[in-house]
Ligand binder design. Structure first.
Ligand SMILES: Cc1cc2nc3c(=O)[nH]c(=O)nc-3n(C[C@H](O)[C@H](O)[C@H](O)COP(=O)(O)O)c2cc1C
Length: 304
């Protein structure tokens, strides 16, 4: 399509990646979508040990999005390497392994194991922004010093593309972004989910077992866009925007606000082929507007 952008030697001919936790490991949808048409696939978060996640209910619908408290359910890095990674290697689309941890050492160990497989993954997205776990996760992403220290430790271990995924649940996201850049990140992605909750008034119980969870989908798009804009003003490294994207105009908004690439998340649950549909919509829009490379619109919002 009319899109060209390179990041760490990876060349993207589509700006559309699928977001962590919203596309599994790509294997549940192979009948519905040609994954190689995606700009990239981000796996769900992988941790050092297997995790069952939080007790149910851990999904609740809201008028303009969904609340989740999955709590990083995943098979753990050893099973991932043994059973899932070999299948992912067959894909032509760039694969980014999303990593989460409770301690700095856990992140380091997971990355180390993945590096030792010599796996042909394009890079790593580091989840320092999960609001649904008691320990770690977001704790790393709300403090600039911790963010810089973690990024620096991971940077020493890999030459592959290192993306730090930021949380919107902070006062100044641009400070966290600058810290990740200082630590040596190649790129940033923003945003993870926004802390939210919902109560069933008939029986007075929270709709999530964990009471609060992470809000995603259309409701958070304006928040995400503002955060991406703020980050783009503060750092020089590439930026992947996400949060509530469901059509081509949403994608263009994120690019105009300063994103280089975007990720498609919650909409995948309703429409597993959303990324392919949006790619078609973008192609038509670029043709109609005589845009040879959509990436040229990065940061080109005309401010009043
Ligand atoms: C059910 C669900 C599971 C998620 N799991 C992860 C995860 O494992 N790791 C992660 O970094 N983000 C996870 N996310 C966050 C998404 O990748 C994304 O940052 C967020 O949902 C905002 O984008 P969206 O509004 O397009 O969904 C999850 C989101 C949802 C809805």
């Amino acid at each position: 399509m009319r899109f060209h952008f390179s990041l760490n030697g990876i060349s993207f001919n589509s700006p559309l990646l699928v977001a962590s936790g919203t596309f599994g490991f790509g294997d549940e949808v192979t009948d519905l979508i040609d994954i190689n048409q995606l700009g990239g696939l981000v796996t769900k978060s992988i941790t050092l040990h297997p995790r069952e996640g939080n007790p149910p209910p851990r999904i609740a619908e809201t008028p303009a999005g969904m609340l989740n408290s999955i709590g990083l359910a995943n098979p753990g890095v050893d099973s991932f390497i043994g059973e899932i990674l070999p299948r992912l290697k067959a894909l032509k689309t760039p694969v980014f392994v999303n990593i989460a941890g409770s301690t700095l050492q856990e992140y380091v160990e997971v990355l180390d194991k993945l590096e030792n497989t010599g796996a042909a993954v394009a890079g790593y997205e580091i989840n320092i922004s999960c609001p649904n776990v008691k320990q770690g996760g977001m704790a790393f992403g709300i403090d600039p010093h911790t963010t810089e220290r973690l990024t620096g430790s991971l940077r020493k271990q890999t030459d592959k593309c290192l993306i730090m995924k930021l949380s919107p649940n902070v006062t100044h996201i641009e400070e966290i972004a600058a810290a990740a850049e200082a630590g040596g990140a190649d790129a940033l992605s923003a945003i993870n989910t926004v802390v939210g909750m919902s109560i069933d008034v008939e029986n007075r119980t929270p709709r999530l077992h964990t009471v609060t969870g992470g809000l995603s989908g259309a409701a958070i798009k304006p928040i995400a866009l503002a955060q991406v804009y703020k980050i783009s003003q503060a750092v020089g490294i590439p930026l992947i925007g996400l949060g509530g994207i469901s059509n081509h105009k949403d994608v263009i908004e994120f690019i105009l606000a300063g994103a280089d690439l975007v990720q498609i998340g919650t909409i995948n649950f309703k429409q597993p082929a959303a990324a392919v549909r949006i790619r078609g919509e973008l192609e038509v829009w670029c043709e109609r507007n005589n845009i040879a490379n959509l990436h040229d619109l990065k940061g080109e919002m005309i401010t009043p």
